[in-house]
Design a protein around this ligand. Structure first.
Ligand SMILES: CCCCCCCCCCCCC/C=C/[C@@H](O)[C@H](CO)NC(=O)CCCCCCCCCCCCCCC
Ligand SMILES: Nc1ncnc2c1ncn2[C@@H]1O[C@H](COP(=O)(O)OP(=O)(O)OP(=O)(O)O)[C@@H](O)[C@H]1O
Ligand SMILES: [Ca+2]
Length: 556
């Protein structure tokens, strides 16, 4: 099929200029017609191009719509081109932000106007990746408690314009969305699930959808080696949380309108999910940060300060930094193959990332090695590596974890969909050294370039805190978290013996066990996103700027 073949070509009026408008299967383009240029004595024609896949909608222009925008040209339009249609499309602005822009064309006859609308809509209907029906969960209490307003004012109008129908559920309690997805929701009705909230809300959707998928396929997710079935519905994130790191790392910004537009155009970004087990029982899934020590303690403390909103992380951050605790334990990991790069190679994961497109073979589809190889590896020699030490932090970043606090993230070269996680070990060091390491998350310096930091790209890992047996005997009547709330050991004091252990934070949730086994499930889910775009595509600046809507008002 010739993508360049013209489907329609007409001379139409756009504002007060006569323009040649062309539609083919891939683009809608217009430029000032020759006679218009001669009349206005202008030089080269400015041409404008919109990818058909980035057209949001086309509609007959209502008089009221048009009146305000083209008051100057109304007289001429009324006389010669009284019929008009408006195309809404994606326009890139700054720093990965998208906006919905409108351009209106006036036609000399109703027939021609209707033909343009019909043929453009026919092309849009061929874009089968676009969702028509969505299930939306709004957390009214996430972030700065603006989820409902953000959805109603910024997102719903764009969905309506794109002809998307949405069933909206405002959650009434924590885990409402997860439980609804797990057992109640009629998922056949929908083309995707959207959450309005932060990383915690996303985690609810992930758990609901992934568990439901395993149940529907008879897979027992308690088995650490079970081959999990990928979820068929894509997930959209409208950011309205405190960190929004999953949105930021998959879209490049945490802007609700941008996310809504990625949903409308039907983008698809596969994503790795870590499954976390304690012995033979499933604990949780993680897509961003699994952190023990510094981040575990920080999150444990910040949960008690939820009322402070996003500022809780800074306060608990300073407090945890000053406590300067370290924890002893054993980490074992199964390194990823060399062709998947290394956390220090500076090959960042971007839209269409080559590393993530490398399809794992059926043997290592879910981060598995061949049975033979893994058995010998577990034995000790090849494959698994074991490190015993005293750690200030043990972090596993399955994606960069870029967010406004740390624009390059915890592991800047981690990949969204390569089937691996970057395991970062920060050993006991001085407070000043740890501060230097933290500071490097906010600037261009390499945070791994310290003698006390090492980083490994892995498919699986395990952690065993020191004296676990002793602790569990001692603490049979006491939940592990309680103990973990009050770490005893501080790196400046000499700790000859310590039974203290931290907790794992798993995408912001605290896990009830310190001894865990983690396995990366390659591309278990897909998001309505496309990864971070390398370069902003060239945008044409209109002499008469198109309307950007919804009106840019700050709700953040
Ligand atoms: C000197 C400045 C150092 C700044 C260092 C910034 C590093 C930031 C790294 C952020 C990584 C976020 C990963 C995302 C994880 C999400 O799944 C999870 C759920 O939303 N959020 C958090 O865990 C929330 C994590 C929030 C982390 C906040 C860290 C704040 C650290 C402050 C340290 C202060 C030292 C001050 C010394 C005087
Ligand atoms: N109606 C509700 N009432 C109370 N808690 C809720 C409700 N709906 C969802 N939650 C819970 O609120 C928690 C936090 O929500 P969310 O992730 O949206 O915001 P956040 O924590 O401010 O942001 P982030 O996770 O990005 O740091 C989630 O773990 C979710 O389970
Ligand atoms: Ca990954």
């Amino acid at each position: 099929m010739d993508k360049q073949a013209k489907l329609l070509s007409s001379k139409l009026l756009q504002k007060h200029r006569l323009v040649e408008v062309v539609l083919n299967r891939s683009v809608l383009a217009w430029e000032e017609a020759e006679e218009g240029r001669k009349r206005s004595n202008s030089g080269a024609a400015h041409s404008h191009t919109v990818q058909v896949c980035e057209i949001v909608a086309v509609r007959k222009t209502e008089d009221e719509d048009d009146a305000q925008k083209t008051r100057k040209s109304r007289k001429e339009a009324d006389q010669l081109h009284p019929y008009a249609f408006t195309v809404s499309y994606v326009r890139r602005t700054r720093q990965h932000q998208w906006r919905c822009a409108d351009v209106t064309f006036h036609c000399p006859s109703q027939e021609l106007c209707e033909q343009w609308i019909r043929v453009t809509n026919e092309q849009l209907s061929l874009l089968t990746d676009r969702p028509k029906s969505l299930l939306v969960y709004i957390n009214p209490y996430g972030g700065k408690r603006r989820g409902k307003r953000i959805y109603e004012q910024k997102v719903a109008p764009v969905f309506r314009r794109a002809g998307i129908s949405a069933d909206v559920i405002v959650t009434e309690r924590a885990n409402h969305a997860r439980d609804h997805l797990k057992t109640e929701a009629n998922l056949d009705k929908y083309d995707g699930v959207v959450c309005v909230g932060g990383d915690g809300m996303f985690s609810e959707i992930l758990h609901g959808l992934a568990s439901r998928t395993q149940t529907d396929h008879g897979v027992d997710q308690n088995q650490p080696d079970a081959e999990l079935v990928p979820c068929s519905l894509r997930i959209g994130i409208i950011p309205a949380g405190s960190t929004d790191c999953i949105c930021f790392a998959t879209v490049g910004t945490n802007d609700p309108v941008t996310s809504a537009l990625h949903i409308i155009v039907g983008d698809s970004q596969p994503m790795d999910v870590c499954s976390v087990h304690h012995n033979d029982s499933f604990l949780r899934f993680s897509v961003s940060l699994l952190g023990y020590g510094f981040y575990g303690d920080l999150l444990t403390d910040s949960e008690r300060k939820r009322w402070l909103g996003p500022a809780r992380y800074d306060l608990s951050g300073v407090k945890t930094f000053l406590s300067h605790n370290y924890y002893e334990g054993t980490v074992s990991f199964l390194p990823a193959e060399d062709n998947l790069g290394s956390p220090r190679d500076k090959l960042q994961c971007r839209s269409g990332c080559r590393i993530c497109q490398h399809k794992p073979s059926s043997n290592d589809q879910h981060g598995e090695m061949s049975d033979e190889k893994e058995k010998s590896a577990k034995g000790c020699s090849s494959g698994w590596t074991t490190i015993h030490g005293k750690f200030i932090a043990i972090n596993a970043a399955s994606m960069s974890c870029a967010c406004p606090r740390s624009p390059k993230g915890l592991s800047p070269s981690a990949h969204l969909a390569d089937g691996t996680t970057d395991l970062i070990l920060v050993r006991k060091c001085s407070r000043l050294d740890f501060f230097k390491h933290l500071l490097r998350h906010t600037n261009k310096d390499d945070q791994f370039d310290h003698s006390f930091v090492e980083v490994h790209r892995v498919r699986k890992f395990r952690f065993q805190p020191r004296h676990h047996e002793l602790l569990s005997l001692e603490d049979l009547s006491e939940p592990v978290q309680k103990k973990a709330f009050s770490p005893i050991c501080s790196a400046q004091t000499t700790c000859s013996y310590s039974a203290a252990h931290s907790s794992w934070t798993c995408d912001g949730e605290i896990l009830p066990h310190a001894a865990i086994q983690v396995s990366v499930q390659c591309q278990l889910i897909r998001l309505f996103a496309r990864g971070i775009e390398e370069q902003q595509q060239q945008q044409f600046v209109f002499e008469d700027p198109c309307t950007l809507w919804p009106l840019e008002q700050s709700t953040n």
